[in-house]
Ligand binder design. Structure first.
Ligand code: SF4
Ligand code: SF4
Length: 440
């Protein structure tokens, strides 16, 4: 398979050395877990299936919603539901209804229904299991996997791409999974291939993870699954960039990857699919990279969904006096967090405890029209124009300027010598544009 590369992008220091050689350690489930009744789409409320005082088992379904665009919620511990109350949620900067469960320490599992022979199961049966076990994209977006694996009937998908790029600096959660459990990923890929009815599956991994490339190649031997080393260049893991790099296909503006015959899944999601289908295990825990100079012992930690950030920061001995900015995810696309009382969700790939010197806390200067932001944009957009239109309140014009093609990767802001807050303006512009579109 050839490597084509994509236009634009940047080359931030990867800062992965802190945790790339650290074995994944298990965080003992805390005394309380806080599981938000939100999945993927906050507009679709998840109804609780439990009430305060109820006993629950590990892996038990505790919330669900009607329709296809969401997935059920499961308990990550056994214990007792103490209350259901509004609590901080890491993504929307909002508070959402949350099931608070006291862990009884028994680790008592619910009965796990599994598919006896997935090779004989139909596509519909496998998709139903993937939904029922709460599988979403764990690379960050948390989009329902059963929806992504069921592309529109009018497109022909011929290739499955697996995103093992993990191009965000600091993060090693996917890297460690590929090193520690490559077989689960490969088995998950086989299941996805059957669902999509494709023969070609290619795993893209950046060259800065040579051991993960070797481990995945060894696990894939004899399966026909290809492992494709990729140039280390941010945002190599973006769906459209991955498709361009590996297949040299360009997804048209406003279209999904399936429009050019591809479906992209995160490697961790493939492993979660294997656990769900073959072992009946719902998605109730994940690997989180904890790094940054305020962390005494940077680690990759496997944690139950619903664990508060504070528990993880204590476990990794974060120096609160040095902690200047807490970021969920990587430094390029991650979200600053204002409370440690916020729980890990399925899309939490990293927790960065950054010191002042590690953050971009530099003074913003006037734009010098150097065009570096345009050169860096991997989507061939004009970030500077977005900012100008947003500042002038000309939100309607953001549509024809293709603002909605922006993947919020932050490459433009990284490249800007004047330290302009480009992504913040872009996000504001998107909100305003969507409000206008909703009124039409
Ligand atoms: S405009 Fe959007 S896609 Fe382009 S570099 Fe900036 S954040 Fe990334
Ligand atoms: S990179 Fe920064 S200074 Fe240069 S044109 Fe873009 S916004 Fe202006």
């Amino acid at each position: 398979m050839s490597f084509f590369g994509f236009k634009g992008g940047v080359h931030p220091h990867d800062n992965k050395a802190q945790t790339k050689d650290e074995l994944t350690v298990l965080l003992t489930a805390p005394k309380m877990v806080y599981i938000p009744l939100v999945q993927s789409n906050p507009a679709i409320p998840v109804k609780p299936l439990v009430k305060p005082g109820d006993s629950v088992l590990k892996g038990q379904k505790i919330g669900d919603a009607d329709g296809m665009m969401t997935v059920p919620v499961h308990s990550s511990v056994s214990g007792t539901v103490k209350k259901i109350e509004d609590r901080p949620y890491p993504v929307m900067g909002a508070v959402v209804p949350t099931v608070c469960i006291e862990n009884d320490g028994q680790d008592a599992w619910a009965e796990l229904s599994k598919v006896e022979d997935w090779e004989k199961a139909t596509k519909e049966e496998l998709l139903a299991v993937i939904r029922e076990k709460g599988i979403v994209g764990i690379g960050g977006a948390t989009f329902p996997t059963h929806v992504k694996l069921n592309p529109p009937k009018d497109v022909t998908v011929d290739t499955l791409l697996l995103n093992g790029a993990e191009c965000e600096p600091y993060l090693n959660a996917d890297n460690r999974l590929m090193l520690d459990d490559p077989r689960s990923i490969i088995e998950g890929i086989k299941i996805i291939k059957k669902i999509l009815g494709v023969n070609t599956a290619i795993v893209g991994i950046e060259e800065n993870k040579p051991r993960a490339i070797a481990a995945m190649k060894a696990a894939a031997e004899g399966t026909g699954i290809e492992i494709q080393p990729l140039k280390t260049r941010y945002p190599q893991g973006g769906e459209k960039q991955l498709i361009k790099s590996i297949l040299n296909r360009e997804v048209p503006s406003g279209k999904l990857p399936s429009a050019v015959g591809a479906v992209v899944q995160n490697t961790g999601t493939a492993a979660a699919i294997y656990q769900a289908v073959v072992n009946g295990v719902p998605l109730i825990e994940r690997v989180v990279t904890v790094a940054g100079k305020a962390v005494k012992h940077p680690k990759n930690v496997k944690v139950p969904v619903g664990t508060l950030f504070s528990e993880i920061l204590d476990f990794c001995e974060v120096d609160r006096d040095r902690l200047y900015k807490l970021v969920l995810g990587g430094p390029m696309m991650g979200l600053a967090q204002f409370s440690e009382d916020t729980p890990v969700i399925k899309g939490t790939s990293g927790l960065l405890a950054l010191t002042k010197e590690e953050t971009n806390a530099y003074e913003t200067r006037p734009c010098i029209s150097c065009g570096k932001c345009i050169e860096a944009c991997p989507m061939s957009l004009q970030p500077l124009r977005f900012v100008q239109l947003t500042l002038k309140g000309q939100y309607k014009e953001l549509g024809p300027a293709n603002l909605l093609d922006c993947i919020e990767c932050g490459s433009c802001a990284y490249a800007c010598p004047a330290n302009r807050p480009l992504v913040e303006s872009i996000k504001l512009g998107k909100t305003k544009l969507r409000e206008i579109m909703a009124k039409k």
